[in-house]
Design a protein around this ligand. Structure first.
Ligand SMILES: [Zn+2]
Length: 160
């Protein structure tokens, strides 16, 4: 993969693409991406789906003879790991998703990690273009969203 496709414009700053992931991939050539067959939140089986990627269940690294030397995506995004781990069993309990993962990442950038567009991403100030007060469009993946306001009723007990 051509890393220039996912290189953030400003050094040390994420934009549509993550700086930490870019740096990690610069240091590790020919990386593979593996996705756990079991969802670690629910314990159910799951397969890769770009609309619901579980960062904790995604491993990125370099293949070794009988495993993978790398790190969890969730850790790479937070901070570039200073060392890698060896995942010996990776081929039994994971599925390789390298091509799908990078194709989706090139297309929608960090929205792959926050498809609800509700999460907190760093350096996301320019993520949205506001069409008007109630509508916005994501500059990274193109999704259009409208605002819905829900009334919340709160009960407070006072002893007076
Ligand atoms: Zn988006």
């Amino acid at each position: 993969m051509d890393l220039n496709l996912i290189k953030p414009k400003v050094k040390n700053e994420s934009d549509k693409y993550s700086w930490n992931l870019y740096k990690y991939l610069l240091k590790h050539k020919n990386t593979k991406v593996y996705y756990s067959k079991i969802n670690s939140f629910t314990d159910d089986e799951h397969t890769y789906d770009k609309s619901s990627l579980v960062k904790m269940d995604t491993l990125i690294g370099v293949e070794s003879e009988d495993g993978l030397i790398g790190a969890r995506l969730i850790d790479i995004l937070r901070k570039i790991p200073s060392m890698d781990f060896w995942y010996g069993n990776v081929k039994n309990n994971h599925v390789e998703i390298t091509e799908d993962f990078f194709n989706d990442y090139i297309e929608i950038g960090r929205c792959l990690f926050d498809q609800s567009h509700d999460g907190l991403l760093r350096n996301a100030d320019n993520r949205f273009t506001y069409i008007n007060e109630d509508e916005r469009k994501c500059n990274w993946c193109g999704i259009e969203q409208h605002k819905e306001i829900e009334e919340e009723i709160k009960h407070v007990t006072h002893w007076i």
